[in-house]
Design a binder for this molecule. Structure first.
Ligand code: SDX
Length: 466
């Protein structure tokens, strides 16, 4: 292509990725305008445990721990990671930089960023794990089950690596009123506390496993997608960004700058979200001092559910079931009559529009035109959004959530619906690992209570007399 055309092409590409930044910032402006009347968030200060809180079924309202990692303001529809508004991170940052921010608590300087991205790129090549994965019938497995299998194989590889390294000894002192105290802090503490004797774990060993998981979940996910479509897994291209590599390793094609930017923003938006079910599952396992691979495996299992990370796949099925905008009204009337859960709507915390859905909705609009079938799904989604907001939104504050538009975007990027929850995990592993590291600094095993409402004083009756 003659030089002049190249310049025009790169300028137009630059313009289109610039256009995306503009879209994100106007979504921010709209969000702030619509929620300005909502009360300012009562940012909690450090708590003086034990505390009183009103708890509903499913631990609704329960405060599990303090965190500096991320904050969800449900009333205002705001999401922040380490104090940075998600709109600004989507406009100006990258998934790699956001992963570093979540893990380390601040944005990296250039040399730190270069070191981090170099490590992520090195760790992404997983030849032996992919070979092991291919010895299983991956194409027949539930994709999230295959992802958990991949994480177990990664764990095995990590253990071999540690054995190869210098003698890896780490004493851990952990006690709990329920377990036999091994060694605790000198008496006088309000309660036994956990800590790792070699602080080094929380800094180096732990952080390195987090880097491995962030890097390698993308490779494992792409390998599963390739094996499901009858292709061999591809090696990552070290010249590509995390988002571009994920798309390249799945589709076999290097994405355009616009596709890369859209994928990168999707990864930023899914990276962390307070104490959601999968993050909580991850922390519960971590709090037993099991290891980070088992913790992430628990997070993947929880994320799989259609009420959580599996909703994006259900949204696409729902839109395909509606099939045409003509059918929407009748479909929706039936759904309301049958008290059907509309996938991609509602949220335990957001009682305003999910800020992530605001951004994803504009990206879906931008990319849906690539394919008439996806454009049709997007048109149906727009009408459904209007219907729900004007009914359930008004009465029950049910609005689109992060899963409503992400499936349309992933379909347009060439990803099959069964793989959508895995893409969610590729991003959320940053929040999971960041919160595990944070929680383990002041660990306490999760052990809530259940209220016994069964009978007492039952007398045993031999089988023949029952
Ligand atoms: C994610 O927690 C997180 O942060 C999760 C997440 C993250 O980033 O980690 O944001 C990701 O999981 C998003 C949610 C994806 N799931 C779906 O889209 C599935 C559909 N949504 C729902 O099932 C539901 O909204 C939940 C599970 C998300 C939240 O459920 P809650 O908090 O238990 O809400 P609820 O059942 O108390 O609902 C309150 C009312 C009920 O009506 P009433 O019984 O009071 O008459 O709102 C209704 C619900 O019936 N309602 C819905 C609805 N969601 C809530 N009605 C129709 N369709 C829906 N989607």
């Amino acid at each position: 292509m003659p030089n002049r055309d190249l310049k025009t092409k790169s300028r137009s590409l630059h313009l289109s990725t610039q256009k995306i930044t503009g879209m994100v910032l106007s979504a921010k402006e709209k969000a702030y305008k619509e929620t300005s009347s909502e009360p300012e968030p009562e940012f909690t200060k450090k708590l003086d445990w034990p505390i009183q809180c009103t708890v509903g079924p499913g631990l609704e309202g329960a405060i599990a721990c303090e965190s500096e990692t991320g904050y969800v303001n449900g009333a205002k529809g705001l999401l922040i990671y380490r104090g940075y508004d998600i709109f600004d991170l989507c406009a100006y940052s990258s998934f790699e930089e956001v992963a570093y921010l979540l893990l380390h608590g601040r944005l990296p300087r250039q040399e730190e960023f270069n070191k981090f991205t170099k490590k992520i790129s090195e760790y992404q090549s997983l030849i032996e794990v992919k070979r092991l994965l291919m010895s299983f019938p991956v194409e027949e497995l539930n994709p999230m089950a295959a992802l958990r299998l991949g994480v177990n194989l990664m764990r095995q590889k990590q253990i071999y690596r540690e054995k190869d390294d210098a003698e890896f000894i780490s004493d851990v002192i952990a006690t709990d009123e329920d377990s036999i105290p091994m060694e605790t802090k000198p008496m006088g503490e309000k309660r036994p506390i956990y800590e790792f004797v070699d602080k080094q774990f929380a800094r180096s060993e732990g952080i390195d496993s987090c880097y491995h998981l962030i890097a390698e979940l993308a490779t494992i996910t792409a390998s599963i997608s390739r094996l499901r479509s009858g292709h061999l897994p591809l090696e990552p291209d070290p010249s590509l960004s995390h988002a571009a590599n994920l798309l390249y390793m799945i589709t076999g094609k290097r994405p355009t700058p616009v596709e890369e930017r859209i994928m990168d923003i999707c990864l930023i938006l899914h990276a962390d979200h307070g104490m959601n079910a999968s993050t909580f599952a991850t922390l519960v396992v971590a709090s037993t001092l099991s290891d980070i691979y088992f913790s992430v495996g628990a997070g993947i299992a929880a994320l799989n559910g259609p009420l959580h990370g599996g909703a994006n796949e259900q949204v696409i099925r729902m839109l395909k079931e509606i099939a045409d905008t003509e059918n929407l009204k009748l479909w929706y009337e039936n759904a309301l009559k049958n008290k059907k859960r509309i996938m991609g709507f509602g949220h335990r915390v957001y009682k305003a529009y999910d800020p992530r859905a605001r951004i994803l909705g504009s990206l879906a609009k931008l990319i849906a035109h690539k394919n008439p079938e996806i454009e049709n799904l997007f048109r149906i989604s727009q009408l459904l959004e209007k219907e729900v907001i004007s009914t359930l939104g008004k009465v029950k504050k049910v609005f689109p959530n992060v899963d409503f538009f992400s499936g349309i975007i992933y379909s347009a990027l060439g990803i099959e619906p069964e793989m959508f929850p895995l893409i969610f995990a590729v991003s959320r592993v940053a929040g999971w690992t960041a919160r595990v590291l944070e929680y383990l600094k002041h660990n306490r095993i999760f052990r809530p209570r259940s209220i016994y409402i069964g009978p007492f004083n039952q007398q045993y009756v031999p089988m023949e007399k029952r």
